[in-house]
Write a protein that binds this ligand. Structure first.
Ligand code: AMP
Ligand code: ZN
Length: 465
């Protein structure tokens, strides 16, 4: 079996293969670390994990890179860097903001059982790499220094611009807002900044061969993907909104360097809606992993919900569906733990009947990640007349693919005296309205495996599942 995925550029399904070696190189656009990732962002990050798990089950090797954008991503009005704006609003440095949210991003990934990438290069630490890339584009005639000392990519120098998104240069009208405001410094309205001159900024700026400034948002992904994946990306992943201009620009910046297609396949995940609306601050429906934890819901219930929807469809999520998934997960874990499986932890389960079901599930994954079908097959098997030990065997066998921690032991141990004391201290701190102390105690208890829920009836705790 092979993994076949829809490629946005050729608008057709393609088998995922490696161009240069036996290792499949994958690049996934990472978070801009000025805030917590919301669960929509996490749906896109999960897409990489599902691809990697499917490839590993098929016996393939992967090399995965995900960048950390900690400089250069401008606010929607193109006025200010998102990190600097957030630093101002939190009265701390942009660097502190970035490191803090980067750590939280990794914790969120762990909550969703998303396997870590092999490298997480930071934009702010890859500036030299970007200098070299930009200089090469200038030398090749694809970039120029504008009247404002900003270095621009010359869109007209790249004839196949628009191949991914359909936004060809003929279709892009002047005034279309997809990059910094056109102030007459660039030669053509669709050109974009590779290096933004910024003599007056004093944070998050670097001295470059073209003066003081900071990198444009798109250049980091070209520079890092080619560096860390040794000149070719077999599969490039991101959310659908990145198709244009981000990926279109990235392709234009990367292809001239490798003198060919730098990316074999572009995979885009559709957006997540929450309770019928696009998730946004203004709509007031941004959901974070911490919100699930506060409600006592297993974050893997989210993973469960995502698996029930195809990555290529917009998906609408609600608290109701997350709660239902939480309950089903608990039932499946009990089932997995209730009997002795015949083949633990192996996708190649020994029993013929189980093996056939596993094969059907793997083939659903291989069919452009048809995870809803895979989940349906699993649900039917769990409801079927199959013997309980075989059901348990099946749940163990598919775990490497689904990553739902179905084989996690149900913990029934008693709390230690330290935990009991910390719980009592936290109860007292809350009664005294000392919320700093109560938050610190919550953190300490979390490290000891205890999740706390505060409600009108007071504090309630449970073991983390
Ligand atoms: P950002 O941190 O804003 O740069 O976004 C990180 C990733 O999340 C990108 O691949 C986006 O395309 C993706 N993304 C943003 N909003 C959503 C959403 N509502 N649903 C799914 N993916 C999203
Ligand atoms: Zn990117």
């Amino acid at each position: 079996m092979e993994l076949s995925l829809y490629d946005t550029q050729s608008r057709s399904e393609k088998i995922v293969t490696s161009k240069n070696s036996e290792v499949i190189t994958i690049y996934c656009c990472g978070p801009t670390v000025y805030r917590d990732a919301h669960i929509g962002n996490l749906r896109t990050f999960l897409l990489t994990d599902l691809v990697v798990r499917a490839l590993h089950v098929l016996g393939k090797k992967t090399l995965v890179v995900q960048n950390i954008t900690d400089v250069g991503h401008m606010t929607d009005d193109f006025e200010e860097d998102k990190l600097l704006a957030q630093g101002k609003s939190e009265s701390r440095s942009a660097r502190d903001v970035a490191r803090d949210y980067e750590g939280r991003f990794h914790r969120d990934l762990a909550h969703l059982n998303i396997s870590p990438a092999d490298h997480y290069p930071r934009a702010s630490e890859s500036i030299d790499l970007m200098f070299a890339h930009i200089q090469r584009l200038i030398d090749l005639g694809h970039a120029y220094v504008g009247a404002d000392n900003t270095v621009y990519f010359s869109a007209k120098s790249f004839p196949t611009y628009g191949a991914i998104s359909g936004n060809t240069l003929e279709k892009l009208k002047p005034g279309h807002r997809y990059d910094y405001v056109d102030d007459g410094a660039k030669q053509f309205h669709a050109d974009w900044a590779l290096w933004k001159s910024s003599p007056n900024r004093n944070e998050m700026v670097w001295n470059s061969p073209w003066g003081t400034g900071f990198p444009g948002w798109h250049i980091e992904c070209s520079a890092m993907s080619l560096k860390f994946l040794e000149g070719h990306v077999d599969l490039h992943i991101g959310g659908i909104d990145l198709r244009f201009p981000h990926h279109e620009n990235e392709r234009a910046q990367s292809n001239p360097i490798v003198n060919g297609e730098a990316v074999s396949q572009w995979l885009h995940g559709e957006h997540l809606l929450f309770e019928g609306r696009k998730m946004s601050k203004s709509a007031g429906n941004v959901v974070l992993v911490s919100h699930l934890l506060d409600k006592g819901l297993d974050p893997l219930a989210l993973r469960f919900c995502f698996l029930e929807n195809r990555y290529r469809s917009q998906m609408d999520l609600s608290w109701e569906s997350i709660t239902a998934a939480h309950q089903t997960l608990a039932k499946w874990r009990l089932l997995a733990a209730s009997t002795q499986p015949t083949a633990r932890d192996s996708i190649q389960a020994v029993n013929q009947e189980v093996r056939e079901i596993v094969n059907e599930i793997v083939s659903a994954f291989c069919d452009d990640l048809d995870t809803p079908r895979a989940m349906q097959i699993l649900r039917s098997a769990v409801k079927s007349s199959l013997a309980d030990n075989l059901k348990s065997s099946l749940l163990h066998a598919i775990e490497p693919l689904f990553g739902l921690a179905l084989t996690r032991a149900i913990d029934v141990k008693e709390p230690s005296s330290e935990i009991l004391q910390l719980l009592e201290e936290r109860r007292a701190a809350r009664a005294a309205k000392d919320f700093n102390l109560s938050d610190a105690l919550r953190k300490r208890l979390d490290e000891l495996g205890i999740t706390i829920h505060d409600g009108p009836e007071g504090q309630r705790w449970e073991w983390k599942i």
